[in-house]
Design a protein around this ligand. Structure first.
Ligand code: PMP
Length: 366
């Protein structure tokens, strides 16, 4: 370890996921079912607005909290959905930027933050980065929210709970009842509820529900990366109680400064794009994966996002992934997202042909 490097960077490790991507780089024409972003491009009208913004000189810093037209439009939609008195929104650099600011704004050293295992890889890393203590709640085998399990983990130091529905890496969507119970528990115990809603557009069987519908103090983080395939454009937004949001804006001013201005104008346009053809297409892809694997693998049917998280026969996701890679199929071992190594993640954000080829390989391993 180089003597200049800060201790906090030792508290998390990204070698697992890097290993998978290094392998991907070595494979010649892999069947790639490892990717965490849509396989469609940014909608044409959105691309055009971004280009126009650049060409008409909208290239400077924006206000830290985001361009007014986007903020006002988001505020209007949020007001319509929730009608909370004390709710403000600001634009940040992707959902990841929103997560970083949330952690910096809420978590003091030693504070405990609860989240569900399997989890999005950033959660424990960011909690540790700010000196917090990650507390995982095991949600196997069905990946449901069990409030008793949460209540058992709450201590005097519990500051926040992170929920992510639809979820990465399982694709599982929490039911209204689960979200209501979770929202009420957080309110009762005065714990911040952080809802990562990056996959909210990708719901296949029922309309999206946010825990903010049941707990007006919920901090919601969302963005355009997945819904509009804008992962490289870095536009997200956070809404929640005014004081919390103002604190986050203050930190953004001294860190990210603002989200890229041309991409914010594109975000405003994105709110008018009809995503339903893409969602219908991804529902169909979800069905292809479930139909193709259900007789060979133990699998919770994903109700959203674009991931499936089957159990590896034989019990080791890492071993199954090794065998898959030998056959040119790139998928991600569950232990990247979990304390357990029993499952593996497939992304169905891929062409039908790639999906069919991937399923064919998986069936030889199942
Ligand atoms: N949350 C979850 C659950 C994700 O899967 C991702 C992207 N993989 C993010 C946040 C980050 O997305 P963004 O591009 O908006 O930073």
């Amino acid at each position: 370890m180089h003597p200049w490097i800060a201790k906090r960077t030792e508290s998390f490790d990204s070698s697992g996921i890097r290993r998978v991507f290094d392998l991907a780089a070595k494979l010649d024409d892999p069947i790639n079912l490892s990717i965490g972003q849509p396989d469609f491009d940014v909608p044409e009208s959105v691309r055009k607005v971004c280009i126009d913004a650049i060409e008409t000189g909208k290239n400077a810093y924006s206000q830290t909290q985001g361009i007014a037209p986007l903020r006002e439009r988001l505020a209007q939609e949020i007001q319509q959905a929730y009608g909370h008195d004390d709710r403000e929104v600001f634009v940040c650099s992707g959902t990841s930027g929103g997560l970083v600011l949330t952690m910096l704004a809420l978590v003091d050293p030693g504070d405990e933050v609860l989240f569900f295992d399997p989890f999005f890889v950033m959660y424990p890393a960011l909690i540790r980065m700010v000196g917090g203590v990650p507390v995982a709640i095991d949600s196997y085998p069905d990946f449901r929210i069990d409030c008793q399990q949460i209540a058992d983990k709450i201590t005097d130091r519990t500051k926040a709970i992170i929920v992510n529905s639809p979820a990465n890496p399982t694709g599982v969507t929490a039911s209204q009842e689960e979200l209501k119970a979770l929202a009420e528990l957080a309110a009762e115990r005065n714990i911040a509820l952080i809802s990562d809603e990056i996959y909210s557009s990708f719901m296949y069987d029922e309309p999206f529900t946010s825990p903010a519908a049941f707990n007006p103090q919920t901090i919601v983080i969302d963005g355009f990366s997945k819904s509009h395939a804008m992962t490289g454009w870095r536009v997200g937004y956070v809404h929640g109680p005014r004081e919390v949001i103002e604190t986050m804006i203050k930190i953004q001013q001294y860190t990210f400064v603002c989200a890229p201005q041309p991409a914010q104008w594109a975000g405003l346009e994105a709110l008018d794009v009809d995503l339903s053809p893409h969602i219908d297409d991804y529902r169909r892809k979800r069905d292809i994966v479930v139909e193709g694997l259900k007789d060979r693998f133990e699998l919770v049917v994903p109700g959203g996002a674009f991931y499936a998280f089957p159990k590896a026969p034989g019990g080791s996701g890492a071993k199954l992934v090794e065998r898959a890679i030998e056959r040119g199929l790139l998928i991600i071992p569950g232990n990247i997202f979990s304390a357990r190594d029993s499952h593996f993640r497939i992304s169905f954000a891929a062409s039908d042909e790639t999906l069919e080829r991937g399923i064919e390989v998986l069936r030889t391993l199942g």
